[in-house]
Design a protein around this ligand. Structure first.
Ligand code: ADP
Ligand code: MG
Length: 238
């Protein structure tokens, strides 16, 4: 019963996305067609300078497709194991450290160090954390600070693992915050606007929640709440 509900909710999200999806794919396709037609014309040599744009547009379609697959086609190996989220965080930090350094971002992690393991799909959790950390990096093009924290809250059956990702970047006004998670909502030139859609859907499937607090010009904090007992309702927002 419960599973069925989640499945139909997922289908609904995919349904709602179809219109936006058609639009997002048609735009780059139109661009690609236009430039390819140019390649066939007289000053062919000259027109070849548009070649990188064609590649860029194809990459964009590819990026959208990949993120859509994350939602529409539940990972064929949706295997759940006992996962240490701090372990995942350390993996990601290792991967992103050089990009942060390059962008003059100072990273500090405050890990609890002894969190209970959570029963979940590791790959999906990793994708969520990468999405939020990547957004933080992209919000600080001129450098800044990122703090990543993990901690435990609640008692016994209501115990929850909390992960917060704080940046001192661009921040968002209220209207933007309200649009977060809407498929294809992006303010970035090369964004897909699917990272948060995927992240919200994954975390909600784990009976968790994602909270945002943000101030324009100051920065943003995303806080993920995950119940230690997967069937609990401990993360429900009031
Ligand atoms: P994308 O990153 O492709 O734009 P997302 O779903 O990840 O798509 O994010 C949607 C939008 O939410 C972003 O374009 C940005 O405007 C806003 N956003 C997300 N995270 C942050 C953040 N940490 N700081 C400021 N804005 C953010
Ligand atoms: Mg993103």
């Amino acid at each position: 019963m419960e599973r069925e509900l989640l499945r139909s909710e997922k289908l609904k999200v995919v349904g709602e996305m179809s219109a936006g999806f058609a639009h997002e794919i048609r735009n780059p396709l139109t661009t690609i067609k236009g430039f390819i037609q140019l390649f066939n014309e007289q000053d062919r040599e000259d027109n070849l300078k548009y070649y990188p744009i064609v590649i860029e547009e194809i990459d964009r379609i590819n990026k959208i497709m990949n993120e859509l697959l994350n939602i529409a086609n539940p990972n064929p190996s949706n295997e759940k194991t006992n996962v240490d989220v701090e372990d995942i965080l350390q993996d990601i930090v290792l991967l992103q450290e050089s990009q942060m350094k390059k962008n003059h971002i100072e990273l500090e992690t405050f890990l609890h160090g002894n969190l209970p393991e959570l029963h979940m799909n590791r790959d999906k959790m990793k994708q969520v954390l990468i999405n939020l950390i990547q957004n933080g990096i992209e919000a600080m093009p001129d450098g800044g600070r990122m703090n990543i924290r993990t901690y435990l809250e609640g008692e016994e059956a209501d115990k929850v693992v909390m992960i917060s990702i704080e940046d001192t970047g661009a921040g968002m006004d209220r209207e933007t915050v309200e649009k977060l998670g809407t498929p294809f909502y992006t303010t970035k030139e090369t964004g897909t606007g699917l990272g948060l859609t995927v992240s919200y859907s994954v975390v909600e499937d784990m009976n968790g929640s994602i909270n945002v607090s943000s101030e324009k010009g100051k920065g943003t904090t995303f806080t993920i709440c995950l119940p230690v007992q997967a069937d609990g309702e401990a993360c429900e927002v009031e």
